[in-house]
Design a protein around this ligand. Structure first.
Ligand SMILES: Nc1ncnc2c1ncn2[C@@H]1O[C@H](COP(=O)(O)OP(=O)(O)OP(=O)(O)O)[C@@H](O)[C@H]1O
Ligand SMILES: [Mg+2]
Length: 387
C-alpha cells in the first residue's frame, strides 16, 4: 500500500516486518548514521538487482512497518516479488536481511587490513568516472571508513569540483613521487574535505598539471633508473600513506597507456586479499561506442594480466546517464551490458539533475543531495564492492 510523500519524490509504503528484523534495521541504520528510509531504499534496490537465490526468512509474527521509498520503487519491488514467487512481506524481509548482512556493524569490522583499492577507469571521455569516484568515496566515508580519493587525471575535474586547485607544474606532486623525484612528504599534498557529513574521513590527493607528461616521465625514468618498474610507480608513491586509509579510490583520466597500467597494477589483487574487493570499476554508457571502448580497456587489462601474471578483478560496470526514452539503442545496449554477467552491472543511473547541480555548487553530491536517487546509487555501488 503506498500514499504520496509530502515533497512528492517519495511515497509512503505500508508493509510488515518481523519485530527482530525491524529492531536490527533500526539499530544498524543508527550505527551507520543513515535514515531508515535510505537503508530500506538501498535494501530493496539491492535485493532487486541481485540475481542470486535468496534464502527464505521466517516472517512469523511480522507486524506493521512503514517507510518512504522513491516514487515507483514499491511497484517495481512488487513486480520482482511476483517474478520470484514470494509474498511482499517475504520479499521485504529478504531485502532487509540481505542489507544487514552486507552492511555489518562498524564494531564488527576487522581493523588494520589492507586498504581496498578501487580503480575507476574507462578511456572513453565523459562517461562518469569522476562522478562515480567521488560518489563512492563519499559513500565509504559516510559509512565510517577513512578514504583517500586520488585525482589521477591531469584535467583536474575532481579537484576543481571539490573546490580545490591543481598542483602547478614543477611542484612536488603525486607525479614527482611516482617518478621517485618527490621533494617532500606525500602527506603534505593531501587535503581533508571539510564537510561535517564525512567527519574529516574523506581526503583528496589533488591532480597536478604534470600528469599530462606522466607517461613520458615514467617511461624515461624506467630507461634511466635500473630496477624502476613503471607499472609499480603509483603503488610505490601511495604506499607511504596507504596504511592510514580503509579505502583508496583512483579517478583515472580518459586514456590508455603507462599511467593506466600503473593504476591497474595498483588495483590488482594482492596476496592475502579476498577476490572482488580491490579492482576496476568501469562506468559506461548505454550506447554502441561504449562497447568498443570497453573492448579496448578489457584488452589492456588482459595484456597486463598475462604479461605480469596479475589478478586484476573486475568489480563491475556502472551504466550511467541511462535514458530509456532514447529507444532501442539504449535498451538493447543496457541488456548487452547485463548479459555480460561478469563483470556485473553494479547500478544503472539515470540522467539526473542533482549531479550537475552539486558540481556547479562545488559540493560533494552526498552532502548536497543526500537522499537523491544518485546518492543512493553511489551507496549501493560502494556496498556491493567492499570486503
Ligand atoms: N548520472 C548523471 N546524470 C547527470 N549528469 C551526469 C551524470 N553522471 C555524470 N554527469 C555529468 O556528466 C559530465 C561527465 O561526467 P564525469 O566528469 O564524471 O565523466 P568522466 O568520465 O570523468 O569524464 P572525463 O573522461 O572527461 O574524465 C559531468 O558534467 C557530470 O556532472
Ligand atoms: Mg573525469
Amino acid at each position: 500500500m503506498a500514499s504520496p510523500y509530502p515533497s512528492g519524490d517519495r511515497e509512503k509504503v505500508a508493509s510488515k516486518l518481523p519485530p527482530a528484523l525491524k529492531q536490527a534495521l533500526k539499530i544498524r541504520a543508527a550505527e551507520l548514521g543513515l535514515d531508515i528510509q535510505v537503508a530500506v531504499t538501498a535494501a530493496v534496490q539491492d535485493w532487486r538487482d541481485a540475481d542470486t537465490v535468496h534464502s527464505p526468512v521466517d516472517t512469523t509474527g511480522a507486524d506493521s512497518f512503514s517507510t518512504w521509498l522513491p516514487v515507483g520503487m514499491y511497484d517495481d519491488f512488487k513486480e520482482t516479488c511476483g517474478q520470484r514467487d514470494v509474498s511482499y512481506i517475504q520479499g521485504l524481509a529478504q531485502a532487509v536481511r540481505r542489507w544487514l548482512d552486507v552492511n555489518p556493524s562498524p564494531s564488527d569490522r576487522p581493523a588494520g587490513g589492507i586498504a581496498e583499492r578501487k580503480i575507476v577507469c574507462n578511456q572513453k571521455g565523459g562517461v562518469g568516472k569522476t562522478t562515480t569516484s567521488a560518489g563512492i568515496a563519499q559513500a565509504y566515508a559516510e559509512d565510517g571508513k577513512r578514504v583517500l580519493l586520488v585525482d589521477y587525471d591531469p584535467q583536474g575535474h575532481l579537484t576543481q569540483q571539490l573546490g580545490h586547485h591543481q598542483t602547478p607544474p614543477g611542484e612536488d606532486s603525486l607525479v614527482s613521487h611516482m617518478c621517485s623525484e618527490g621533494t617532500g612528504d606525500l602527506r603534505d599534498l593531501i587535503i581533508t574535505i571539510e564537510d561535517p557529513r564525512f567527519e574529516k574521513r574523506l581526503h583528496l590527493m589533488p591532480s597536478c598539471f604534470d600528469g599530462f607528461l606522466l607517461d613520458a616521465r615514467v617511461g624515461v625514468k624506467a630507461v634511466q633508473a635500473r630496477g624502476f618498474q613503471k607499472e609499480a610507480a603509483l603503488e610505490k608513491a601511495l604506499l607511504a600513506v596507504e596504511s592510514e586509509y580503509d579505502v583508496i579510490v583512483v579517478d583515472c583520466p580518459p586514456s590508455l597507456g603507462i599511467a593506466m597500467d600503473a593504476a591497474l597494477y595498483y588495483g590488482r589483487r594482492r596476496d592475502g586479499e579476498a577476490a572482488g574487493v580491490s579492482g576496476v570499476i568501469i562506468p559506461v554508457l548505454a550506447e554502441d561506442s561504449s562497447a568498443t571502448a570497453y573492448g579496448m580497456l578489457a584488452g589492456q587489462i588482459e595484456d597486463l594480466r598475462m604479461d605480469l601474471r596479475l589478478n586484476i578483478d573486475y568489480l563491475g560496470l556502472v551504466v550511467n546517464m541511462y535514458d530509456s526514452r532514447r529507444g532501442a539503442v539504449a535498451t538493447s545496449s543496457l541488456q548487452s551490458w547485463r548479459d555480460l554477467g561478469d563483470p556485473p552491472v553494479l547500478a544503472v543511473i539515470g540522467d539526473l539533475k542533482e549531479q550537475r547541480e552539486a558540481v556547479r555548487k562545488m559540493m560533494p553530491l552526498l552532502s548536497y543531495a543526500p537522499l537523491s536517487e544518485q546518492a543512493e546509487a553511489m551507496r549501493q555501488i560502494a556496498r556491493r564492492v567492499t570486503a
